[in-house]
Design a protein around this ligand. Sequence first.
Ligand code: GLU
Length: 254
Amino acid sequence: MTRITIKIGSNVLTREDGSLDVTRMSALVDQIAFLRKNNIEVILVSSGAVASGRSELHLHKTMSDVSERQLYSAVGQAKLINRYYELFRDHKIAVGQVLTMKENFNRSDHFQTQQNCMMVMLENNVIPIVNENDTVSVTELMFTDNDELAGLVTEMMNSEMLIILSNIDGIFNGDPSDGNAQLIPVVKSTDDISNFIQKKKSSAGRGGMHTKTTIAQQLASKGIKVMIANGKRENILVDLIQNAANTPHTEFVV
Ligand code: GLU
């Protein structure tokens, strides 16, 4: 059985008005269910807690960024996991929530507990859905973003591959909004692609291309394949697995 980690970014899961895009979620869940039927074990790292909490609440008073993030993530994570739970249930697949913090990867006892938790879930056919515990993870010890978290989970769980779904097809050799820029299909772990990386941050989440490519090249150098692709494309996960050559994406290799 192949084991892969899939990271879904906030921009994939939210509509332009910031609300949770349940149609998109449902399509991605259908694809993950298909992969499972084809003997691929999946660990899901999903963002979207803060974004979906933000669209749920309409605050009338201002508060600090930290309080706002705590409030939104507390509400949004409940909403998010609930949706996943129901959508996977339609496929008779059980899911479980794993909320974590960066320090859990630095302390060996925490690391092992966490690893054991996810192993036992997989052994019992439960898909782990991982996110940062944004309610209490508020200091400089936070993950840079969920791409960093996904990279750590990939290694911890010995996944053979990490797929990062964003709202862009991959790495372009120029500004992706400029019609002349072209998608780079393959990046080696030793390639210098800093000139191609847009400094822009995600509009809905914390991430950006910089961490994505740094994590991707780190994993690739250890022999773990990484693909960055557009989670808003129809059937993207199944196409990446079955017909990668004809599916827009950037692949990171040794
Ligand atoms: N953990 C954050 C959330 O679920 C996302 C962090 C990120 O954007 O990478 O909202």
